[in-house]
Design a protein around this ligand. Sequence first.
Ligand code: HEC
Length: 137
Amino acid sequence: MGSLKGTVLVGLIVWALMGWAAGEPEGQLQGWARAMGMSVSAFSAARGEALYRQENGNAQGGAIGCFSCHTKDPRQPGRTRAGKTIEPMASAVTPTRFTDPAKTEKWFSRNCQDVLGRACTPEEKGDFVTWLTRVKP
Ligand code: HEC
């Protein structure tokens, strides 16, 4: 019985720690800062916004950017090419944004490749998330 209680207790502690690690954009910001050998405070919301608004040429001679799917206003819902709704990117509107590292990294790699033709650097990810977690509702 004692060991069962212990197991439950350890389980609860692990669950709480995982919740903390997965629940805050801060943990991801720290990881990218560490990868760049810089501090979290050196990330720039202005650079993040510029990346979001940057227009890139596509193969058809048109312009694409993060805004193509996420819209020019990150407080508004976006739309995929197939017409599916995307929740707003601003944390102030969608509190679950950037709280699941596996999801965040998956979409950064897919979308940066798609829009920029290359991976985003940890610094770009940090700038982007810094801006989107600060956009006012
Ligand atoms: C072709 C459409 C499209 C474009 C262009 C696009 N995205 Fe996305 N993005 C999506 C979809 C779809 C999702 C996943 C659905 C969701 O998160 O609601 C997503 C999610 C994300 C996420 C995950 C957010 C989280 O909650 O962790 C990040 C980060 C992201 N995009 C970054 C970017 C960046 C950076 C650019 C520009 C370089 C960009 N996206 C351009 C479609 C797009």
